[in-house]
Design a protein. Sequence first.
Length: 254
Amino acid sequence: MISRRRFSQAAFGIATIGAAPQRGAAQSHERILVAGATGRTGRFVAQDLLDSGHAVRGLTRNPDRARERYGDDVEWVAGDVRDRASLLPLYTGCDRVISVLGATERTGENTPEAVEYNGNVNLIDQAKESGLKQVVMITSLSAGRADSDPDLVARFTGMLWKNKAEHYLRDSNIPYTIVGPGGLRDYEPRLQGIWFQSEDNITVGTISRADVGAVMAEAARNPAALNKTLRIINDPKRPIDGWRDALSQVPLDS
């Protein structure tokens, strides 16, 4: 018989990663709301949190479909990040929120502006109103460049809205962590180390979605991640788990 935990991993399409997730002091066994938990990266975030003993509440427009596909280790709840009123009851009993939102359309209802900016603004505002301890939000490795690189914005209009969401979160006065990964890839986790990039000296690269999930989950567990922007790519020259110690060396956002 397959255990519920193993069934959950199989349902998410996630293999056992190997090294157990590490927990930050006094951060274990909280309830964390994950927006985008059914996505290709969000599934890794949810599983990592489950594996470290957290209760995970997954925000989705269709809880029945999510439960059918991924099992019920996650508490699936109905909501729409584009509608702030739908979020209010979902925050009850939660300690933190992790946003793994990603736009799926260039036009229509799920554009970068609608989802990655307005959706995140709604998550942030509700987190602040509900008194949550932290917001962890995914953006992009190059999102910070949108302030000074009009060519980047012209080529990737979504980068503008990721950048605006970053500014909004930093100015919100709620504790936060921003995770800006390089190009997302579906290769196996823990094949390479993770490199925290300097904001003023970005090296373009890629990163496993599973490794991004590990960093986002750790950001919710580890106080050393608070009020920082983590620009990350995989790097074969760095130790596989060296990033966990390196996290404390990443400077606070100014």
